[in-house]
Write a protein that binds this ligand. Structure first.
Ligand SMILES: *Cc1c(COP(=O)(O)O)cnc(C)c1O
Length: 406
């Protein structure tokens, strides 16, 4: 009989969001007249903007003619989109990235999960805690995370981000090969300034580490001194891979499109010390295992960079950030301690009276019919917090805050 990859058996089956759904369903059964409001939702709710819809309609029409039909495209994406990205997301900030350093994908999660293919299974890994679960689980699947005991993986170096350290992870004491950073952060909604991020780039250069920088939420940054790209930090082009997504930027969660930047200078070593370009390895990997994002979604993505597109997606982001501001202010008026929500669509709320995050989850559900996400579901240091998201409707955010006041 074929043998399974037993590393998969080490993963926990309990997926956070299905646990939450079960508890919410149980509540609904016993409270049929209550309207449950979810502030736990991790998906956007506003429709695609008109510029994107128009571009996608046009792309569909092209597909209907033999002259303009598009079959397989380049695995790394169409030049029209790679060029728009380089010009608008990088050159505009004084960062020199070239189109062949940009890989278009079907959303950031795929590449964040797959990037580990091109580095050895026994590299050491550091992650911030709490964290987006993909970074750990994808490493666990090939054995890089070790075994999971009491919610902690034996080969993962956890870097807690907590109230005590101002949500700034401390540099690891030992040398680490791979470091995952996500800023603006999901789930805490906190950010790193340029000075804070520079410490990580300097560490990576000194220790020959690789940084995987997830900037899925860069479009939500409001403050001036917060970097949108890790390449705003000198030297990052030698040590960092950046992941971006149109999911939260432009409502592409259902369309699927994002991109990964791997500068040519980013290298890793063979066992005998030979340096290898990761851009080249990833190109090779994608050519075998990926056949490109759809032409229609890439046309939609390119439309985000048109003047109308830019203006329209900004309006939606402003709407979500208006929700965040409103919830943040009202919670603070109620004396609740809340982090995030100024440069990210997430609020990281400290549970009152030292409640555990699941206990507070139940309290909010049973006293106010509100759904949040328990922080403990994102890692050990998430205990004592819950995450609220700003992706809901304005009316719901307002009503949720009214209910809390009562
Ligand atoms: C939503 C999200 C992504 C983007 O995922 P897609 O696959 O592009 O939809 C990436 N990283 C984090 C931390 C996220 O929350």
């Amino acid at each position: 009989m074929a043998l399974v990859n037993e590393y998969f058996l080490r993963l926990s089956d309990n997926y956070l969001f299905s646990d939450i759904a079960k508890k919410v369903n149980a509540f609904k059964l016993t409270h049929p007249n209550e309207r449950v409001i979810s502030l736990g939702i991790g998906d956007v709710t506003q429709p695609l903007c008109p510029a994107v819809i128009k571009a996608m309609h046009e792309a569909v029409d092209e597909m209907a003619t033999s002259a303009q039909f598009h079959g397989y495209g380049p695995e790394h994406g169409y030049d029209f989109l790679r060029e728009a990205i380089v010009k608008n997301d990088y050159h505009s900030r004084g960062i020199s990235i070239s189109p062949n350093e940009v890989f278009i994908n079907d959303g950031a999660k795929s590449d964040l999960g797959n990037i580990g293919d091109i580095v050895r299974w026994d590299n050491s890994v550091a992650i911030t805690d709490p964290v987006y679960p993909v970074y750990i689980d994808s490493n666990a699947m090939i054995g890089r995370a070790g075994t999971c005991v009491d919610g902690k993986w034996s080969n993962i170096i956890y870097m807690p981000t907590t109230e005590e350290n101002g949500f700034e992870p401390q540099l690891p004491e030992q040398r680490v090969d791979m470091i995952y950073l996500c800023y603006p952060n999901n789930p805490t909604g906190t950010v790193l300034t340029k000075t804070q991020l520079k410490k990580w780039v300097d560490y990576a250069l000194k220790n020959d580490s690789l940084i995987f920088f997830d900037s899925a939420y860069e479009a939500y940054i409001h403050d001036e001194d917060i970097p949108h790209s890790i390449y705003e930090i000198r030297g990052a082009k030698r040590c960092a891979i950046e992941f971006r997504s149109y999911s939260k930027t432009a409502g592409f969660t259902g369309i699927r499109c994002g991109y990964t930047v791997i500068p040519k200078e980013v290298k890793a070593s063979t066992l005998d010390g030979q340096k290898v370009e990761l851009n080249h390895l990833w190109e090779r990997r994608q050519a075998t295992k990926f056949n490109g994002a759809s032409y229609i979604s890439q046309r939609g993505a390119a439309a985000i960079y048109s003047p109308e597109g830019k203006e329209q997606i900004k309006q939606t982001i402003d709407y979500y950030m208006g929700n965040a501001k409103l919830m943040r202010e009202r919670l603070q008026q109620l004396g609740v301690i809340v982090y995030g929500g100024t440069n990210a669509p997430y609020l990281w709320v400290k549970t009152p009276r030292g409640l555990s995050s699941w206990k507070y989850f139940e309290e909010l559900l049973y006293t106010s019919a509100l759904v949040c996400t328990p922080g403990a579901g994102f890692g050990p240091s998430g205990e004592g917090y819950v995450r609220l998201t700003a992706f809901g409707k304005r009316e719901d955010c307002l009503e949720a805050m009214e209910r809390l006041k009562r």
